[in-house]
Design a protein around this ligand. Structure first.
Ligand code: SF4
Length: 380
């Protein structure tokens, strides 16, 4: 019906102009609403920054990994010792964690940790405000993943905590194997997806795919889109970047989209297309980043609402550029977190403007560009 009216209006010049005008008003109103709420949110965060306690823990739970991914330097750290569940329990007693609502569990490969269930037990029992566990896995060990997820889901259900699982898939068939540095990586992750889908209610509340783009897999990204559509699982796309936690500084030249002009061009085109398809702030922010190499997004770590705890019990503001602030087992996490604000300001000054991590929403200046681009598309 609406479509018919639009068509009729389009047939008349005046009607067409009126339609464009009304669409512009609509975009402006939406923009004003968004920018106002974003400003309020940022203002609140900056006021609270001093007293803020984190709502999120990024918890790489182990250094162990069976893969050797193109964009990861974790193999340099693989021999390091991980915390055990008792140590984790002691750390999480600290008041810094009293308002945590979400824990991101990644690695290494979390399902390789022998006391994973004990650690999850510690997490769900020590964090009184916890609402969700967000696990990232490479999906290789199908049987182990299914059996452990069954237990994790049971545990979390008792406390009304959601379990969200994301599997890393960066390509189809040989491209996934190449990106992940392991034969049959694709076959295994595919099997895991099918096994989870056959009884998802018992295993997790949501299942997603994370695809990380490098100069290598961008040329075959359409294969991931087609394959993912056939599985019915939603994919979230990111770009591979420098990350201190996974020690990948010396691999940058080898994996980064920025070191290959053709790859950069393709990636810009891809994220712009995603922005048009989904109207997503995240994809527009990544497109802007690829265009300008500047960040147009706030960061939860910069606002002190996120904290990182590494497998060797070191606390950091973020996993990307933050230095290790101190050992959370030997000292109070609260004191470490609050006592290093100077380093947070240094991060902000030196790195945040050029960092592409944790991009979800646009900053107010990014929102303006988002609005202008939508209007430009409408009238050209
Ligand atoms: S360096 Fe990146 S991840 Fe770290 S606080 Fe800054 S914007 Fe956030």
């Amino acid at each position: 019906m609406l479509q018919n009216i639009k068509e009729k209006l389009r047939r008349h010049i005046f009607g067409h102009r009126l339609l464009v005008f009304m669409q512009k008003i609509h975009i402006w109103l939406k923009f004003l609403k968004r920018i106002q709420s974003r400003r309020i949110q940022l203002l609140k965060q900056s006021i609270l920054r001093k007293s803020n306690l984190p709502s999120t823990i990024q918890l790489p739970i182990t250094y162990k990994c069976n893969f050797n991914c193109v964009m990861c330097g974790m193999h340099n750290l693989i021999g390091q010792k991980d915390f055990n569940s008792e140590e984790l329990r002691t750390i999480l007693k600290d008041k810094l964690y009293s308002r945590v609502t979400a824990v991101g569990i990644n690695g290494g490969e979390p399902f390789l940790k022998t006391d994973l269930l004990d650690c999850i037990n510690a997490i769900v029992n020590m964090l009184p405000s916890l609402k969700s566990l967000n696990i990232i896995s490479n999906g290789f060990f199908t049987d182990k993943i299914i059996s452990q997820l069954t237990e994790i889901k049971k545990l979390c259900k008792l406390k009304s905590i959601k379990v969200n699982l994301s599997l890393s898939v960066d390509g189809v068939k040989d491209m996934q194997d190449f990106m992940r540095g392991h034969k049959d990586a694709f076959t295994h992750v595919n099997q895991t997806i099918q096994a989870i889908q056959s009884r998802q209610n018992e295993l997790c509340d949501s299942l997603g795919i994370i695809c990380t783009l490098t100069r290598h897999n961008i040329t075959r990204i359409n294969e991931v889109e087609i394959w993912a559509e056939s599985t019915g699982v939603n994919v979230s796309y990111n770009i591979a970047t420098i990350n201190r936690r996974i020690d990948n500084f010396d691999k940058f030249e080898h994996f980064s989209i920025f070191t290959d002009q053709k790859a950069l061009f393709l990636a810009r085109e891809f994220f712009y297309k995603l922005f048009l398809k989904t109207d997503s702030e995240k994809y527009f922010a990544i497109f802007l980043y690829l265009l300008t190499r500047k960040r147009y997004a706030p960061c939860e770590h910069l606002e002190c609402s996120g904290v990182t705890l590494t497998p060797d019990m070191q606390l950091g503001y973020c996993a990307t550029y933050s230095k290790n602030l101190g050992n959370a087992y030997l000292e109070s996490s609260y004191k470490i977190f609050k006592g290093n604000k100077k380093h947070l300001r240094e991060l902000e000054r030196k790195f945040c403007g050029g960092c592409s991590h944790y991009i979800y929403n646009l900053s107010p200046s990014g929102l303006k560009l988002f609005r202008d681009e939508k209007i430009r598309r409408m009238i050209t």
